[in-house]
Design a protein around this ligand. Structure first.
Ligand code: ZN
Length: 338
């Protein structure tokens, strides 16, 4: 693990640190309140009060479960790109786009120079971090994914758009660090959609994190990693948070051919399934990871955000993650040479 960097940042994490990818399900009262807010029935302040209540619920639950690196649960977010686009000058609310059959959403549109004027996530991060002594991750969406999920009418091409966004997201990273945030996750779920553009994503991440003092994680999922591995390891982050379990750990085959050289947050439970994995299955997944990865480089978490599960399912999945990591910790310590 990039233990040296973590220690320099004052973070002493156990072997197989447990975390989660970012989103947790919104409790019923919050889902209902968001609907009422959209109809003008409650005020922004009333909605925010409930978002705080839900954030505090999830911090408390993660502490009870014994998770090592916490998230705020994204109670205030809808879409991971629109959330940022709505708060950055240069974006306008784009047209309706069809996704997943009959679901429509507003795809953000870039119509001018994108600028960062004020912190977007810092107040939520501070609120969540104020509720716990455990480290809370800062959570951002990466420049490549924001570019890929938006229309662009301003910049000459996809690369120029992506690099401009990287400069803007870097400002948010700097604001999080200035507030005291030490672990920052920059999600890039679109990383593998156009393998020929990987160099653009790499340059953008470099521009986002270079020379900044934090431990950086990137999350990618549902990707065609076989087209971008091992080159994706050039992304300027310390840790890749990857969906492993949904695909039956088949990424391990890629790691076998070319060693994985960074820290990894290894997805050990499938977030798309209601079925709760038993502790034995999760342990087995960690053990399979350890056949190729050094134990000090492995973090353990669910495959992706848990927002589509029920509150009880999400809690149960997190519980099994923490229990499996703990039992592997005991074993790893026991088998270390005297
Ligand atoms: Zn994901």
């Amino acid at each position: 693990m990039n233990r040296e960097k973590l220690e320099k940042l004052g973070l002493n994490l156990p072997l197989f640190p447990t975390t989660s990818v970012g989103s947790f399900p919104k409790p019923d009262y919050l889902a209902k309140a968001r609907g009422e807010f959209n109809k003008g029935k409650i005020t922004a302040q009333q909605l925010e009060d409930l978002e705080r209540k839900a954030t505090s619920f999830w911090i408390e639950k993660q502490e009870e479960l014994g998770v090592d690196v916490l998230v705020d649960g994204e109670m205030y977010r809808g879409d991971m790109v629109a959330y940022f686009a709505e708060r950055l000058p240069g974006f306008t609310n784009g047209g309706l786009v069809r996704s997943y059959g009959n679901r429509y959403y507003h795809k953000p549109m870039i119509t001018g120079e994108v600028k960062w004027t004020d912190p977007i996530t810092v107040a939520w991060w501070k609120y969540a971090q104020g509720l716990t002594k455990k480290p809370v991750k800062g959570m951002l969406t990466g420049a490549y994914t924001v570019m890929d999920w938006s229309f662009n009418e301003h910049y000459p091409d996809r690369k120029a758009t992506c690099l401009a966004l990287a400069g803007v997201i870097r400002k948010e990273v700097e604001a999080l660090i200035a507030a005291g945030c030490k672990i920052i996750q920059i999600d890039e779920p679109a990383l593998s959609v156009r393998p020929e553009e990987l160099p653009i994503a790499i340059e953008a991440m470099q521009r986002t994190t270079e020379g900044l003092s934090a431990y950086f994680i990137t999350h990618a999922c549902y990707g065609a990693f076989e087209y971008i591995y091992p080159d994706m390891l050039k992304l300027a982050v310390d840790n890749f948070d990857l969906e492993m379990s949904n695909s039956g750990l088949d990424l391990l085959e890629l790691f076998r051919r070319h060693p994985f050289t960074k820290d990894i947050s290894f997805g050990v439970v499938d977030v798309h399934s209601h079925v709760l994995e038993d502790a034995g299955t999760v342990r087995q997944r960690i053990e399979q990871a350890l056949t190729l990865l050094p134990p000090e480089r492995v973090w353990v978490d669910p495959d992706c955000g848990l927002k589509t599960r029920t509150v009880d399912e999400a809690l149960a999945k997190m519980r099994v993650v923490v229990e499996a990591a703990r039992s592997c910790r005991g074993q790893a310590v026991a088998t270390q040479p005297a």
